[in-house]
Design a binder for this molecule. Structure first.
Ligand code: GLU
Length: 341
């Protein structure tokens, strides 16, 4: 199905958040309501992640005007892990364009775990989407640069621009994952065997593992998300990072694939594009309005932060962010909010 709309001017859907004090108190309420939840398990398949304190919990909202609201452990930095996939994908889309990434990486959910080898086999070596490890490594392999070092510099500069400051690598996490990522090495080799990675697959795994080891806070994630919500301009620095079209495409992919094989449930409960990572981070994007960043290490069986999902679901409801929600036109008219004809 070809539904491209190239050459047609596109309008955007926008809206406003409530005033500053209301957003501020709702962010605090989200933290208060969810901090007592004790469900979920801290990831331990990357050994150093098991040292995380299960009580850590932070909630941040960054508005598209650059205002940031935070509550909880917002100073605790953690590795970005899979959330990096969303931003590297956006950077690669910016370089290669809509059609090329759709064909080479794909945009459909696999319905299988993020590190599935079977998914690659079932799809004749097609990585399917950029949020599973196969597609994420395929995206990393497409990053411009003459060698892995230049590719890394590009990713580091790009993700730092999304966050609005230079991000640091957690060398301990990088080392711990490098020593235990046999599965990712196998996936990269498999992609190579299908002709889907033109570079040295182990060098690609190395750059990918480094991007996953970048340290962020919940507030960083909120600002990174707000950049995708703001047509690609970081609302804190005022700097354009990617185009508005790239944001639109990235958010569509996140809606379909951002919460692993639970992406349908996520969309059903929260109604917004988002991406989670196994260190407990979660970024959610309300297009034209805000980015939400949360951090809490205990995860559901698919790898999504439990408190993070609950706090985000709460904020989506009370801030009116669900992109599928509407109300009858006549109701809106009665409240005096209809347009003059
Ligand atoms: N670096 C992790 C891996 O490749 C990321 C997984 C995740 O956050 O889902 O296994």
């Amino acid at each position: 199905m070809d539904v491209t709309v190239d050459g047609v001017a596109q309008s955007v859907t926008t809206g406003n958040l409530p005033q500053w004090s209301e957003v501020e108190s709702l962010v605090e309420a989200a933290h208060r309501r969810c901090r007592g939840d004790t469900e979920g398990r801290v990831a331990d398949y990357i050994p150093v992640l098991a040292q995380a304190d299960p009580d850590w919990f932070a909630v941040s909202v960054a508005e598209v005007d650059g205002t940031v609201h935070s509550s909880g452990d917002v100073d605790v930095a953690f590795s970005i892990q899979s959330i990096s996939k969303a931003f590297v994908y956006a950077l690669v889309c910016e370089q290669l364009g809509h059609a090329a990434v759709r064909e080479r990486i794909g945009v459909n959910n696999t319905g299988l775990p993020f590190n599935s080898v079977i998914a690659v086999e079932l799809n004749n070596g097609h990585p399917m989407n950029p949020m599973v490890n196969a597609g994420a490594m395929a995206a990393t392999a497409l990053v411009p640069g003459r060698d892995p070092d230049e590719q890394w510099q590009f990713i580091h500069a790009g993700l730092s621009a999304f966050a609005g400051h230079a991000l640091q690598v957690d060398e301990e996490v990088f080392l711990s994952e490098s020593q235990t990522n046999q599965r990712n090495r196998a996936i990269a080799r498999l992609l190579e065997s299908y002709g889907r990675i033109a570079l040295d697959p182990l060098a690609v795994v190395d750059v990918y593992t480094r991007q996953c080891s970048l340290l962020v806070t919940a507030a960083d994630l909120a600002v990174m998300g707000a950049t995708l919500a703001d047509g690609g301009v970081n609302p804190v620095t005022g700097r354009r990072v990617v185009s508005a079209g790239v944001c639109r495409d990235t958010l569509a992919v996140l809606a379909a694939t951002g919460a692993y094989e639970r992406s349908g449930e996520w969309l059903f409960e929260i109604g917004l594009p988002g991406k989670s990572g196994v260190a407990g981070g979660l970024v959610t994007i309300a297009p034209g309005k805000a980015g939400i960043g949360t951090f809490s290490p205990p995860l559901d069986p698919a790898g999504n932060s439990v408190r993070g999902q609950r706090a985000t679901a709460y904020l989506s409801r009370v801030l009116g962010l669900n992109i599928f929600a509407s109300q009858a036109h006549t109701l809106a008219a009665n409240r005096g909010t209809h347009h003059e004809h």
